[in-house]
Design a protein around this ligand. Structure first.
Ligand SMILES: [Zn+2]
Ligand SMILES: [Zn+2]
Length: 320
């Protein structure tokens, strides 16, 4: 068992969460059994599953001296669609998983490594249209080197929605920057279920300093807009730590702190733009090694409704 999973299971005993979706939760002594947990039980056809392959920011380089380990940030959606992937994440893919499609948030090396995508058999790649040329070049070079055919590279415009199997990804602008200043980095609204019914709508927000106004408008969660459309789940980056340590870090222009996520969640809940099943937390990911405590410390200290994801954690998002 890897250090990350071990850390997660240890944390689960403290927090009363299941370590992985396939493990039945054993509540800690003295704790009441929670009726519903997004981290327990099997997914039904209408549910959306998110497996966190990696939950660390770029400063993670394998297990550290605390025995903690976070791989670089990546998720696997419904067992078959990736959002970002690096070679650090490969051992967190479920056995037999052959994801064919990947959506990239941006071209930073802690999210984007063409060789890793080719290694798992990806044949279709979605990137922001502002860096299409770079992605085509990088993938052509990686494919030639790996001796495999180059995948199809598909550009995404802001607000554009793409449906893969029965999951729809909508590209949203993030508040982030890479060395290529013309690159507009993306976050994704991930939806499953019939439009007009009551689909699962999960906002996956990394890397970003807060939720940009345009992204909130497109997703329907800006309360300036009457009606709107609530999301049913939120996964947001909290690169920076808690308290002043988090909010006074130089990464403030391009990343979020725990307090940023807490404020965002509180506002979305108060304005009914986040309507989640009871017991489903707001998940934080992309945590910097030097700015966060251990998983056990996060489990003990994070304010409600925040919950730190960890590598290998699988979450079932249900419709409300
Ligand atoms: Zn990053
Ligand atoms: Zn980045």
């Amino acid at each position: 068992m890897s250090a990350a999973v071990a850390a997660g299971v240890a944390a689960s005993e403290i927090a009363g969460f299941a370590g992985t979706s396939s493990v039945t939760a054993v509540p800690a002594a003295g704790r009441a059994r929670v009726a519903y947990s997004s981290e327990r039980g099997r997914a039904r056809a209408e549910d959306l599953t998110v497996r966190f392959l990696g939950t660390g920011a770029a400063d993670w380089k394998g297990p550290d001296d605390r025995g903690e380990h976070r791989r670089l940030t990546s998720i696997l959606v419904d067992g078959s669609i990736l959002v970002d992937l690096t070679s650090t994440d490969l051992d967190m893919l479920p056995k037999g998983a052959r994801p064919r499609t990947i959506f990239y948030t941006h071209s930073h090396g802690d999210h984007y490594e063409p060789k890793a995508a080719l290694q798992v058999g990806v044949t279709r790649v979605y990137v922001g249209e502002t860096w299409l040329g770079k992605a085509r070049e990088d993938f052509a070079a990686a494919a030639a080197e790996s001796g495999v055919p180059a995948p199809e590279i598909v550009p995404l415009a802001i607000g554009q929605a793409v449906t893969v199997e029965d999951v729809t990804f909508t590209a949203l602008p993030a508040n982030h920057a890479t060395g290529r200043i013309e690159e507009e980095t993306l976050m994704y609204l991930i939806e499953k279920g019939e439009v007009g019914a009551a689909p699962v709508r999960v906002l996956y927000a990394t890397d970003t300093g807060g939720i940009p106004a345009r992204a909130a408008r497109i997703a329907g969660i800006d309360a300036h807009v009457k009606g709107g459309r609530p999301v049913t789940g939120l996964i947001m980056e909290a690169t920076m730590g808690m308290g002043a340590k988090g909010d006074e870090d130089f990464r403030i222009f391009t990343h979020s702190s725990v307090d940023t996520v807490k404020r965002t969640a509180d506002v979305l809940l108060a304005t009914k733009r986040l309507v989640a099943p009871e017991g489903q937390p707001v998940y934080i990911t992309h945590m910097a090694r030097t700015l966060h405590g251990t998983q056990a410390e996060l489990d003990a200290q994070l304010p409600v409704p925040l919950r730190a994801a960890y590598d290998g954690l699988e979450v079932v998002f249900r419709p409300v």
